[in-house]
Design a protein around this ligand. Structure first.
Ligand SMILES: [Zn+2]
Length: 353
């Protein structure tokens, strides 16, 4: 553990090594699943880079000096942090260059170009880099290409596929892994997200190593949905019309806010995908005999694996459509209709041979 951050010791060592050898890059792109601590890591790294007492490059911010305290309070004059504004789907140009009346007089790119006020360098963190538009990323290119001496830019995103090629070619990628179930369990208790160890254990098993996903999964209505949904995911029981109405009711319970509604659709799609990923893994290993779900999934063997792969493919596609802001009602209907077709095609493959 480094500075209260769990699970990313490999990344810490990489930065220590870069600092020790004088090879700290000017621009980094942090990539990894949501909710694993990339932003917390970036801020802690900035604190270490700005702390005047961390001269040896040990990445040990003292936590006590004025600089460290200003970083903790979110007020350091040499640290800029931007992210997706509430309710927006893209990072607007104004964050980087200022609004029309103050173009190039304020904003992240302007601030980074100034002399540091307190120490050796400036640091800029751009969270939600998955949501850079071509226009906003163009504003950044010059700063990424010719950063002022000592400046460090940190972009934070989830996957390479979601970054623009112009950003990828100008930054060094640093990968963050999903957290281990043990780490998630510990953090859920430490941060008082889970109310008791049993709940932490249950969440850690299903959150794919993401603390933010674990927090979303606490919702008891989600567990009710899962209890109803999973037994219906067999060719014999799958009824896309009934499921569409159940899912729509579940989404409506989230209220009118678009992000909350989208969150529930995403969690449901992931629940279905995880169920089939689990079945696929089990059917490829010797555990299959112990899994009651697998016996219910007619057909069996290779045909069951084909079915699981087809459901996974279609569910990943639905998640991408959700990210692209597709109409939610149409998305639910088309996804479930397609799953119904997949179940129908795979129900009794022997009969078609
Ligand atoms: Zn300090």
């Amino acid at each position: 553990m480094w500075q209260g951050i769990h699970g990313h010791d490999v990344v810490v060592e990489r930065f220590r090594h870069s600092l020790a050898s004088g090879r700290l890059a000017a621009s980094y792109l942090f990539l990894g699943p949501p909710g694993v601590g990339k932003r917390t890591f970036a801020v802690k790294l900035a604190q270490a880079l700005l702390c005047p007492r961390d001269q040896a490059g040990q990445l040990q911010p003292c936590g006590e000096c004025e600089s460290c305290q200003l970083v903790s309070a979110g007020n350091h004059p040499d640290l800029d942090v931007v992210g997706l504004p509430a309710g927006k789907r893209w990072l607007p140009v104004e964050l980087f260059l200022g609004d029309r009346d103050h173009r190039n007089q304020v904003g992240l790119c302007h601030n980074v170009s100034l002399r540091p006020q307190m120490g050796r360098r400036r640091v800029a963190i751009i969270d939600d880099a998955d949501h850079l538009t071509v226009e906003s990323s163009n504003c950044l290119l010059k700063t990424l290409e010719e950063p002022p001496p000592g400046a460090v830019m940190i972009l934070i995103g989830t996957s390479r596929g979601r970054q623009l090629p112009t950003i990828l070619s100008r930054t060094q990628t640093v990968r963050f892994s999903a957290l281990s179930p043990d780490t998630v369990r510990q953090l859920l208790i430490e941060q008082q997200i889970a109310t008791d160890p049993a709940q932490a254990e249950q969440l850690a098993r299903v959150c794919d190593g993401s603390l933010s996903k674990a927090a979303e999964l606490i919702d008891p209505e989600l567990w009710d949905m899962q209890r109803s949904l999973l037994p219906q995911l067999t060719p014999a029981r799958f009824d896309s019309v009934r499921l569409a109405s159940e899912l729509t009711a579940f989404v409506n319970q989230a209220g009118k806010e678009a992000d909350a509604r989208r969150g529930r659709i995403r969690l449901t799609i992931q629940m279905v995908a995880n169920h089939f990923r689990h079945l696929l893994r089990a059917s490829c290993s010797s555990q299959s005999a112990d899994l009651p779900e697998l016996h219910e999934l007619q057909p069996q063997g290779a045909a069951a694996q084909d079915l699981a792969l087809a459901v996974l493919d279609r569910s990943l596609e639905a998640e991408v459509q959700l990210d692209r802001n597709a109409n939610q009602a149409t998305l639910i209907e088309c996804w479930l209709d397609d799953l119904a077709s997949i179940f129908a095609q795979h129900a009794y493959p022997a009969a078609h041979i």
